[in-house]
Design a protein around this ligand. Structure first.
Ligand SMILES: O=P(O)(O)OC[C@H]1O[C@](O)(CO)[C@@H](O)[C@@H]1O
Length: 399
């Protein structure tokens, strides 16, 4: 494990093992050995890749399910970054024995490499997940979401705020990697397992006029809801400026890139009604610098935020609040470890430079900050509440 990740967690925290995917029957194992092969199949079906590229994908599938981690090419543009992020330490290790977070991330890096995404040939820069993202953006659920904006004017400002926050939160269920695994995105929405949203709105009010960072997760429906939330914050001046953090390249299937933000904006601008007005305001906000998009390399790093570089830490420190969207960001925020679910969220995020709020649908084993009674109730239900995407949370710390 890289030196940084080995850094001991504060003593007040319980000792919690880093999650790996070596246990048969575990959720991480199913991601590595079932979802990833299924994803490779879908990508191959979605593009007329020549045989050389297809062969590389098959080789990656075999390596990542049955083999050991192999290095990047000597001349890979990001080899140094990956060496810094622990690559040398994991080369030769079975994929399932490396930390789950690290191995998943490296899988996406290798998938892009196999498809010449970083090369100089004709497949350079072709997002292998674009067809899935496009279908999601133009699907019925996204259309319903956009259409619903017209009726928001009937709500009180307080109810409107809450509706927009919940829309951004539950939009996170639309994650395409999750759907590849057969997750049920249409299941009834239950109560949140933790809800600090009232405190979050109070804080946004109290710190009006500051800069809000929103660390985005998925493109498509989720990003549309995020953009609408951003518009509300800007229009009400609860944020003077918003920095929208996206991924510098395709990642975890549907994670948003700058191109996806532009697609989302265009989609809103062409939608008519309230959505179009929102899109137009956001377009102007980008032009005038009130909405900035940032694609920091660390956004695709296989490490927890505890290991973030100084420039990113400075940015989060100067924000009135950082909104962390989604499951992967949550794992990176609290550390991808087997925390007891009652471990205080404030304790696992104490290192974070500034105030942070997590808006997350539960889609992996990691969770913190829950009340004992809530955990007992969920466990008694006998369902896969941690991983099935049926539950969500809003958590705030560092205020
Ligand atoms: O899009 P999200 O909410 O970050 O979810 C991605 C999640 O999906 C998984 O990749 C599993 O499919 C998790 O490991 C990951 O945390």
């Amino acid at each position: 494990m890289p030196e940084e990740s080995r850094r001991a967690v504060p003593t007040a925290l319980p000792d919690a093992d880093v999650i790996t995917s070596d246990a048969p029957g575990s959720f991480p194992r199913s991601v590595m050995c079932e979802r990833h092969p299924a994803l490779i199949r879908r990508v191959i079906e979605a593009f007329p890749y020549p045989s050389e590229l297809r062969a590389r994908l098959y080789a990656l599938r075999e390596e990542a399910t049955e083999g050991v981690i192999t290095p990047l090419d000597e001349d890979a543009h990001d080899r140094d970054a990956w060496l810094e992020w622990g690559l040398a330490e994991y080369v030769g290790t079975p994929w399932t024995r490396a930390p789950f977070l690290w191995a998943e991330s490296y899988f996406y890096r290798r998938l892009l490499g196999a498809l010449d995404y970083f090369g100089t040939g004709p497949w350079q820069g072709v997002d292998p997940f674009a067809p899935f993202k496009r279908a999601e953006l133009t699907g019925a659920e996204a259309a319903a979401e956009v259409g619903a904006l017209d009726s928001l004017t009937e709500l009180t400002p307080r109810d409107r705020d809450r509706a927009l926050l919940l829309s951004s939160l539950w939009g996170n269920r639309a994650d395409l990697g999750f759907q590849v695994g057969g997750g049920d995105t249409s299941a009834a929405v239950p109560d949140l397992v933790c809800d600090d949203s009232a405190d979050l709105w109070e804080l946004l009010e109290a710190r009006a006029g500051g800069r809000v960072c929103l660390v985005a997760d998925n493109a498509g429906r989720e990003l549309l809801s995020d953009l609408v939330l951003i518009d509300t914050l800007l229009a009400s001046d609860r944020a003077r400026e918003v920095v929208l953090h996206v991924k510098p390249g395709p990642y975890y299937v549907s994670d948003a890139t700058t191109a996806d933000v532009l697609d989302g904006l265009r989609h809103l601008c062409a939608a008519g009604g309230a959505a179009e007005r929102t899109g137009t305001r956001l377009w102007r906000a980008m032009v005038h610098g009130r909405l900035r998009v940032r694609a920091h390399p660390f956004s695709c790093a296989p490490l927890p935020y505890r290991d973030m570089p100084a420039d990113l830490a400075e940015e989060f420190a100067s924000a009135s609040v950082t909104l962390m969207k989604g499951d992967l960001n949550y794992r990176r925020l609290v550390g991808d470890r087997h925390w007891p679910a009652t471990t205080p969220f404030a304790a696992v995020t104490a290192y974070f430079p500034g105030t942070v709020a997590a808006l997350r649908t539960l889609k992996s084993d990691v969770v913190t900050g829950l009340d004992r009674a809530v955990v007992d109730g969920l466990e008694a239900g006998g369902k896969a509440w941690r991983t099935s995407g049926t539950h969500a949370l809003v958590q705030l710390a560092g205020a």
